[in-house]
Design a protein around this ligand. Structure first.
Ligand code: PEP
Ligand code: MG
Length: 588
């Protein structure tokens, strides 16, 4: 097969080399894991048993049909029995288990997806519609296999081959992405998504090479193709020649060596050459990420995206986590950080992080009932979360961060609910830190422009640049078709950041950045030069940002920063930024 290269949007760092594992949409709804060689025949038997049971079920439905049942009903069951007996359904998935080591559910949906695609090509409408029958039969088998078609994946039974698998999919929702966390995939390639779509965020926090917004990669790449992901360049090389493969392997080794070297900075504080300290924090999605944060040398957690606790619940009919469950998770993160502060962001659902995946008919989800807007319409749900966070504050320093605020009454209502939660806990003699700081995410231009409204009532601010860019430039952060317009150096963004940092400084209220800009090494000198002293990012990016700070002399970068802030010419901004980057490149 001839080698070819695809270009997409880089969303994380590093190089991945492995074989393609294509995931069709349906495949994402079931467990997917690889079974070890010695378990393959047991897995085959499991699927055979499920098929046999469905056979029995269909037969008993036939036998129990009432006398007066419409004749089509019997014919309909006949069709399902025929489909079930067809080797394309009853045999082919067994071959997939044997050849690819997929678990039974995954093998079945893979085969059904392939059959469905073939049916889509059929011109005869009647035959084309039989696709639905195949899917219904498959659902029956899945139900027997799992009790439900949706369930959380397992991380046991995975053999070492998964470490070399690169997942290729049209899109991977944040909830699906969470399913991949325990499986050591080498990389991700998706047709859709943008620089700061939540899928990109999760892959970054996993420190796994990924390229998104690839257009139609999932159609051009075939199962088991060899792939190289060069995620710094946003490039995927399909079926590389052995020479190219060799070159990338060498680069991979080099990168690993550099990473190891950076690891030595773990305990070094991030202080510029002229003595200004910058606090580097980590963004986490689940409590167990606290270990990575510590490992990377983070001074705390600047953003715990708590909504991932709510999303990783497919198969549980979107049952929300109880106060107790949430409390355990927040406490685990707090204790995991060993005395360092943990900023827990309250539920930020909506847009590309729906609580209920069936909610797809919202007109403009990013502008809809999301984050704090949603929480204030569900005060009981919000109170439950606030109580859980407050209770965790008895175990170490906690800050509460509220997403997407824009209105004064949102601040007031939130503070009232926090006061109510405290009162309830007090009455129940439950411990909490009465002085838990409460802060707002500044991620809507209205909030940035009306900052005095926030500084009076809150203890700290944290800028969500991902959304701030989305809303300021009116581009959907998850839509690859407008990804070229996602520009963190747009003068409007730089002016907003400047306004926020200077207003916050005057008001003596701490302000951090927890959006993607904080972890972008191109911007470290600019942001610190503008006055930001707290940056929160995926743990994997922290060591290199620290190195950039150690190599920065803030007084020297000031003239460049001023020039950038005075300019409204993108070319001048970029050239000045590049010149600033070249300043005093001493190596640490
Ligand atoms: C942001 O918007 O920049 C942010 C940090 O929050 P999220 O990416 O989770 O929306
Ligand atoms: Mg946001």
């Amino acid at each position: 097969m001839a080698s070819f290269t695809l270009q997409g949007i880089p969303v994380s760092r590093g190089i991945a080399i492995g074989r393609a594992h294509l995931l069709r949409p349906a495949a994402l709804d079931v467990e997917h894991y690889l079974v070890a060689q010695e378990q393959v025949e047991a897995e085959v038997l499991r699927l055979q048993a499920a098929i046999a049971q469905v056979h029995k079920e269909l037969q008993s439905i036939w036998a129990d049909l009432p006398q007066d049942a419409p004749t089509e009903l019997g014919a309909f069951i006949d069709v399902h029995v025929l489909i079930l007996s067809d080797p394309m359904v009853s045999e082919a998935p067994l071959d997939i288990i044997r050849s690819r080591h997929y678990n039974a559910e995954w093998a079945l949906v893979t085969q059904v997806d392939e059959l469905s695609a073939q049916f889509d090509e059929i011109e005869d409408e009647y035959l084309r519609e039989r696709k639905a029958d195949i899917q219904q039969v498959a659902e029956r088998i899945l139900k027997v296999l799992t009790g439900s078609a949706n369930s959380v994946p397992r991380s046991d039974g995975i053999d070492e081959r998964s470490a070399n698998m690169i997942v290729v999919a049209r899109d991977i929702s944040p909830a699906d992405m969470m399913q991949f966390r325990d499986v050591a995939f080498a990389g991700f390639v998706t047709d859709e998504g943008g620089q700061n779509s939540h899928t990109a965020i999760v892959s970054r926090s996993l420190g796994i090479p990924a390229v998104v917004g690839m257009g139609n990669a999932s159609h051009l790449i075939e199962q088991d193709d060899w792939l190289i992901i060069d995620s710094d360049a946003g490039v995927v090389i399909v079926a590389p020649t052995s020479l190219v493969l060799e070159q990338y392997r060498e680069r991979q080794v080099l990168l690993q060596k550099q990473r190891k070297k950076l690891g030595k900075l773990k305990k070094t504080p991030a202080i510029t050459q002229d003595g200004v300290e910058v606090t580097l924090l980590a963004n986490i999605e689940l409590p167990e990420d606290a270990a990575h944060a510590l490992d990377a040398g983070a001074s705390g957690v600047g953003l715990f995206r708590s909504e991932f606790l709510f999303m990783e619940r497919s198969g549980q009919e979107h049952k929300l986590p109880s106060e107790e469950e949430q409390f355990e998770a927040y406490r685990a993160a707090v204790q995991g950080m060993k005395g360092r502060p943990v900023t827990i962001r309250t539920l930020d659902v909506g847009a590309d992080k729906p609580l209920d995946t069936t909610e797809h008919n919202i007109l403009n989800p990013a502008l809809g009932l999301r984050a704090i807007r949603y929480c204030l319409t569900e005060p009981q749900l919000f109170l439950t979360q606030l109580r859980a966070i407050l209770r965790a504050s008895a175990f170490g320093p906690v800050k509460i961060l509220i997403p997407m605020m824009a209105h004064s009454f949102e601040i007031d209502q939130t503070l009232n609910l926090i006061a109510q939660a405290k009162k309830e806990l007090q009455a129940e003699s439950k411990e909490f830190d009465a002085n838990v700081p409460v802060g707002a995410m500044i991620e809507i231009p209205a909030a940035a422009l009306a900052l005095p409204m926030f500084v009076k009532k809150l203890d700290f601010l944290s800028i969500g640049t991902n959304d701030l860019i989305q809303y300021t430039l009116a581009i959907d952060r998850a839509d690859h078709e407008v990804a070229h317009l996602y520009d963190d150096l747009h003068p409007a963004i730089l002016q907003l950041l400047h306004t926020i940092v200077t207003t916050a400084e005057k008001a003596e209220i701490p302000v951090s950045i927890c959006g993607g800009m904080a972890g972008d090494i191109r911007l470290t000198r600019l942001l610190t030069g503008m006055g930001f002293r707290e940056l929160s990012m995926p743990a994997a990016l922290l060591p290199e940002i620290k190195q950039a700070i150690l190599n920065t002399h803030l007084e020297n970068v000031q003239p460049y920063v001023k020039k950038i802030l005075r300019s409204y010419e993108p070319v001048v901004i970029r050239e000045t930024l590049a010149a600033m980057e070249m300043l005093g490149q001493t190596v640490h």
